[in-house]
Design a protein around this ligand. Structure first.
Ligand SMILES: C[S@@+](CC[C@H](N)C(=O)[O-])C[C@H]1O[C@@H](n2cnc3c(N)ncnc32)[C@H](O)[C@@H]1O
Length: 231
């Protein structure tokens, strides 16, 4: 197993934020929201941790007419694009964005009927801190739904995933080609910064969540899906 190599916690340049928003996340985001809503079809008040450019809150509101989403992120650059995306989708009344740290949001214990998070755990040097905070914010009978990349077993597997999901640019002129190359490097760095399923299971166990709540759910993702018992 290759060692974990951390990447910067926060996306803090405008260029990186624009690159991220320009990537096509639609299939991954739709799958995330559908899988979450299968588990929690009746959610009303959702917290999206590390919301980035608010693509998950927008998709959730599209699929679930009752959903109201608070999206939090530490990056003002990502949130600025997120506000534009929310306004373009006409969802200002249902999506609230705030600059807060996933490790310590300051929100009330059990405030949300669901806490979701896509693709941020690998950014956090000590992921237990962020998962502890997400767990704290889930209401009784509420749902915690967290998904992220899995660290590949070796560099060959890592390269194969980069080629499959961020292929080399062909017949594309600059600056689009440069943006494609940065996206490849971003995916490679994210895969290398990710946790393995076993590492996430260890964290779940430390929080009192059964290890079985964590599973590999694609060739490059793990998912933690858990409902808090009544008391
Ligand atoms: C790969 S992006 C994912 C964005 C979004 N969840 C999505 O699926 O499109 C990771 C996001 O996590 C944010 N992030 C990293 N560390 C954070 C922290 N401690 N608190 C809040 N957000 C954080 C980054 O700023 C970035 O916007």
């Amino acid at each position: 197993m290759i060692p974990r190599v951390l990447e910067p916690e926060v996306v803090d340049s405008q260029e990186e934020a624009r690159d991220y928003d320009a990537m096509d996340h639609s299939a991954v985001n739709a799958r995330f929201c559908e899988d979450f809503l299968n588990l929690a079809p009746d959610v009303s008040r959702v917290l999206d941790v590390g919301t980035g450019t608010a693509l998950i809150p927008i998709e959730l509101c599209r699929l679930s007419p009752r959903a109201h989403v608070v999206g939090v992120d530490l990056s003002e650059e990502m949130l600025a694009i997120g506000r534009e995306n929310v306004a373009r989708a006409g969802l200002e009344a249902r999506v609230e964005l705030a600059r807060l740290d996933a490790k310590q949001t300051g929100r009330a214990r059990g405030e949300f009927s669901a806490v979701v998070s896509n693709s941020i755990v690998h950014h956090i040097p000590e992921p237990l801190d962020a998962l502890r905070e997400m767990h704290r914010l889930v209401a009784p009978q509420g749902v915690l739904f967290v998904r992220d990349l899995c660290r590949p077993v070796d560099l060959e597997t890592c390269d194969a995933l980069v080629d499959a999901y961020a292929p080399e640019p062909r017949d594309v002129s600059e600056p689009a080609a440069a943006s494609h190359r940065r996206q490849r490097e971003l995916l490679r760095a994210s895969l290398r910064a990710s946790l393995t399923v076993d590492e996430v299971r260890e964290i779940a166990a430390a929080l009192g969540i059964p290890r079985g709540a964590v599973a590999a759910t694609s060739d490059r993702h793990w998912t933690l899906a858990w409902r808090r018992p009544v008391s």
